[in-house]
Design a protein around this ligand. Structure first.
Ligand code: UDP
Ligand code: MG
Length: 338
């Protein structure tokens, strides 16, 4: 029986990536060409670049490339919404046409030659293929240690993550359908994908240095990412504070009895040190506890609003170019940016 080759879409979120775009498009096009020639994927496979509200020429480069290279297509988000949501926008869109989707970062720190292995696993019947980093030699010391801590913490909180796996993965059509049933506003794909289940495999590769440009994940974004990752998956921090609360309550009971006995025996002293220490300790603990509870309330707040996660401005993937979007592209390519 002649089974048609699967249509693959590679989704690449881009935020201010004008420096790497051309090289990335070139390398990924070469990968698609090779795979299509070997009949591992359909010749209609695509590279879907998602422009996450870039402030530089990224979108005009994507739009221009799409007129020259039939593999390249793009999706322009109306503003910057962050890596995870940009990725999700791409996955949602790609799902409409593809049999399987691979997501990869625009800086190609992940090894493109692993894509062939992904496809082979897909042909073997795996619905989810995780790209796992062998080594992070090229990452900075800070990035390496902070990532290691993050994975360890998540593990201890009982959040099942695939170690050393970021957002380089293949999802088959079934996995994508399942993924779209997760409606949470705080998307943390690394946590959600393992929850889907389905047959999964791992492919190992070495992580490289960024092709060019600098990281789009400064410390502030990284911390907020880690926090959302934790608070949208685990209530362990809240429970931790409840336990501490109980423990302190118990302890203060004992201390109270001790203080009364001392008083009755006439051994009272000024007690300034213990007083000031306990004020600070308890004050600090309470504030921390309230802060953490606040985080959860914040998460609930964004979830109940159920706002759309992103707005698509221009869609070159499914729609034919309308007159207006054509003008828009010409506008951005001719005038550049504001
Ligand atoms: N990115 C995005 N929106 C953002 C920040 C980043 O789409 O607000 C994209 C970025 O263009 C890249 C990917 O997410 O393709 C990962 O970012 P980066 O490589 O800077 O992160 P790092 O590898 O340093 O963690
Ligand atoms: Mg990177």
């Amino acid at each position: 029986m002649n089974v048609p080759e699967p249509l693959l879409t590679i989704v690449i979120p881009c935020y201010n990536e004008e420096e790497v775009f051309s090289e990335t498009a070139r390398r990924l096009t070469a990968v698609l060409c090779d795979l299509a020639e070997e009949k591992l994927i359909s010749a209609d496979s695509k590279l879907l670049f998602v422009d996450d509200g870039s402030k530089d020429r990224t979108w005009s480069l994507i739009a221009m490339e799409s007129t020259k290279n039939h593999y390249v297509t793009g999706l322009k988000l109306a503003r910057n919404t962050g890596h995870q949501k940009a990725l999700l926008a791409g996955l949602d869109k790609a799902k409409q046409k593809s049999d399987c989707v691979i997501s990869i970062d625009a800086d190609l720190q992940d090894d493109v030659s692993a894509i062939r292995e992904f496809i082979k696993k897909y042909h073997e019947g795996y619905e989810i293929v995780y790209g796992v980093r062998h080594s992070r030699k090229t990452d900075t010391f800070f990035k390496r240690t902070s990532a290691a801590w993050f994975y360890r913490l998540m593990n201890q909180l009982g959040i099942r993550l695939v170690d050393n796996h970021a957002d380089f993965r293949l999802l088959g059509k079934r996995a994508l359908e399942e993924l779209s049933r997760y409606h949470e506003a705080n998307v943390f794909l690394r946590g959600i994908v393992p929850l889907i289940g389905l047959r999964s495999a791992k492919v190992f590769y070495d992580r490289k240095e960024r092709l060019a440009g600098e990281t789009k994940y400064p410390l502030k974004k990284m911390l907020s990412f880690a926090f959302h990752g934790i608070t949208s998956f685990s209530v362990a921090p809240i429970r931790f504070f409840t336990l501490i609360g109980f423990f302190l309550f118990f302890l203060s009971g004992i201390a109270g009895i001790y203080a009364i006995i001392q008083k009755m025996l006439g051994y009272t002293n000024a007690g300034w040190t213990s007083l000031i220490i306990s004020i600070w300790l308890l004050g600090g603990l309470q504030l921390m506890g309230i802060g953490i509870i606040g985080e959860y309330i914040g998460t609930i707040f964004t979830e109940v609003k159920n706002r759309p996660k992103y707005t698509v401005d221009i869609d070159l993937y499914t729609e034919r170019l309308t007159q207006r979007s054509r003008e828009n592209i010409q506008g951005t390519t001719a005038v550049g940016r504001e």
